[in-house]
Design a protein around this ligand. Structure first.
Ligand code: ATP
Length: 221
């Protein structure tokens, strides 16, 4: 069986990933070229080593091929990020998640075999922009290019109506998948006769524009 996680590049991002994995009980090999950074995590991580991850021999000696998942958190040094990802791929690490600084960097990482490329700065900025620009949106999760899961507070016009009466699926192509009331009680997968109260938090799956529209329509009621 493969060992669990190797996290390479312990900047703010990599360190946060590594510490969260450790807190959740996983085995983590933490790697950075900077000695002080490695010291910071050495008492928590299963193994913490100071090496340059572009050094093929050093990676091989650590038995990197035995790991099921590698996370590359190097951002600024493009060459190091790309070369490290390439070496991990060649060594047949199970799955590679790599952090990209921008779209070009991301494209290269995907091309050389990263299974998952993430853009933390871009995505956090987009997320905050979306949350700030719609005052009814409490939280959201992108399910695909088209569909989101969004949390909104039920406006006045929805209060006292059942899911069947609202008929959001037919009118807006949206589905209420959970309702949280004022006592934080969550009703998962509500049925057609469940009643919505004004101020309930509704978790809705649908297109962002459609969810915004239904919120606007029921605020006018
Ligand atoms: P963050 O935003 O997560 O703080 P960043 O995008 O600014 O990070 P860098 O500062 O370039 O990215 O790198 C993050 C970490 O990766 C640093 O701790 C750095 O020492 C380490 N690192 C960079 N190059 C290598 C390398 N070749 N081998 C091992 N570690 C490296």
């Amino acid at each position: 069986m493969k060992s669990e996680y190797v996290v390479i590049g312990l900047g703010r991002f990599g360190m946060s990933v590594a510490k969260t994995l450790i807190q959740n009980g996983h085995e983590v090999l933490a790697i950075d070229k900077d000695e002080h950074t490695v010291q910071e995590i050495s008492s928590d991580a299963t193994y913490a080593v100071q090496i340059d991850s572009t050094d093929e021999m050093a990676l091989e000696q650590l038995g990197i091929h035995k790991y099921a998942h590698a996370i590359v958190g190097i951002g600024e040094d493009l060459q190091a990020s790309i070369l490290t990802t390439l070496l991990l791929k060649e060594m047949e690490v199970g799955r590679i998640t790599a952090k990209a600084k921008d779209e070009h960097h991301g494209k290269v990482l995907s091309k050389i075999g990263a299974d998952h490329v993430i853009f933390p700065e871009r995505d956090m900025g987009k997320r905050l922009g979306n949350l700030l620009s719609s005052n009814n949106l409490i939280d959201y999760l992108e399910l695909s290019v088209d569909y989101n899961m969004e949390e909104i507070r039920a406006p006045r016009g929805m209060g006292g109506k059942t899911i069947l009466e609202l008929d959001l699926n037919r009118k807006y192509g949206c589905i209420i998948i959970a309702i949280k009331d004022e006592f934080e009680k969550v009703n998962i997968s509500p049925n057609a006769n469940d009643l919505i109260r004004e101020g309930d938090i509704l978790m809705i799956v649908g297109k962002h524009q459609a969810i915004q529209k239904l919120h606007k329509d029921y605020t006018k009621h």
